[in-house]
Design a protein around this ligand. Structure first.
Ligand SMILES: [Fe+2]
Length: 98
């Protein structure tokens, strides 16, 4: 459970804003196996303008960085629920930072 972050400005270009996102960091058995990614929320209008999100070259891979809203994990009167499906290896692996 966390608070959904808001967009924030950054000085990358004129009127630049990062879309809402959450950083994930996964540690394997050694530091060199640490994987870091950012995951986003569906329907965010800033995704079209974000150079980090758009640095992922293919649309299907970008789509894998966007959470899915899920009513099954949404809690009444309390919190919206999203599923972040991180795939560590293989053809459908979530794009990772280096
Ligand atoms: Fe960030």
């Amino acid at each position: 459970m966390t608070v959904r972050p808001g967009a924030y400005p950054w000085p990358n270009h004129k009127n630049a804003w990062r879309p809402n996102h959450i950083h994930f960091s996964y540690f394997g058995p050694a530091f060199a196996t640490r994987l870091v990614t950012q995951m986003y929320f569906p329907g965010d209008p800033l995704l079209a303008f974000d150079p980090i999100f758009n640095a992922v070259p293919d649309q299907a891979a970008r789509n894998r960085l966007i959470a899915a809203f899920d009513m099954d994990v949404t809690e009444a009167d309390w919190a919206l629920g999203y599923r972040f499906d991180v795939v560590l290896r293989g053809r459908d692996a979530t794009p990772m930072g280096h």
